[in-house]
Design a protein around this ligand. Structure first.
Ligand code: G3P
Length: 220
């Protein structure tokens, strides 16, 4: 499964990228707004840190304006993937942009029906939000299982990106459910490393090594 970071924070991206396991980045208007820099400039800076799909979201709500905005965003860098919301206007824009060879990540997906519509519109990526469904007492991971199953049935090429992942368990379950990509905040990626037995085991290895070699009298 590809790992994407769901943040626009450059320090977090640099740290995540330094581990060599980050395959891409997802942003949204909230995350970009937090960084306080014009989107073109900020996305260009992200493309210099992570060499992979970088999702940048349109803020227009009418198809024509979304298409114009999407073409602008795609011109920033070859790795930019245009994000459009799963609305009727968003799907109209997705169809038009996909026909022009622009890769579109259809976001704010909360049902299998919506995911089918996006695949039929030629979406490059579909982003179902797991955590936000869990927030209202639904099982968000069931949606991932349903979408990957349906897409397999018809051989849709659209990649399933499990979004709004809130914990290491979400990441593991998304991988088990067959998601092609999992996008997560930096904190969640960082937590995935943690296991007490790894720390305890390494500590013991080094203690044994040092006991055997560090204390040995240096032969003169
Ligand atoms: O890009 C979507 C993602 O940022 C949503 O995450 O945690 O706000 O539901 P969250």
């Amino acid at each position: 499964m590809k790992f994407f970071l769901d943040t626009a924070n450059l320090d977090e991206l640099k740290k995540g990228a330094s581990w060599g396991i980050v395959d891409g980045v997802t942003t949204n208007p909230t995350l970009i707004a937090k960084e306080g820099r014009p989107i073109e400039e900020h996305i260009r800076m992200i493309c210099e840190i992570v060499d992979g799909d970088i999702s940048a979201e349109v803020v227009s709500t009418e198809a024509g304006a979304m298409i114009a905005e999407g073409l602008e965003l795609a011109r920033i860098h070859k790795n930019v993937v245009v994000k459009c919301p799963l609305t009727r206007e968003g799907i109209k824009a997705t169809s038009a942009l996909s026909k022009q060879g622009i890769r579109v990540n259809v976001t704010l997906c909360f049902s299998a029906g919506q995911a089918l519509i996006a695949a039929k519109a030629g979406a490059y990526i579909i982003s179902p939000f797991v955590g936000r469904l869990d927030d209202i007492g639904w099982n968000g991971m069931d949606l991932i299982r349903s979408i990957t199953h349906i897409y397999k049935n018809f051989g849709f090429k659209t990649q399933v990106l499990a979004a709004s992942l809130r914990s290491p368990t979400h990441v593991i379950d998304a991988a088990s459910a067959g998601a092609h990509i999992g996008t997560m905040p930096f904190k969640v990626l960082d937590m995935l490393f943690n296991h007490p037995l790894t720390d305890k085991g390494l500590e013991q290895f080094l203690k044994d090594w040092n006991k055997a070699f560090a204390e040995a009298p240096v032969a003169v």
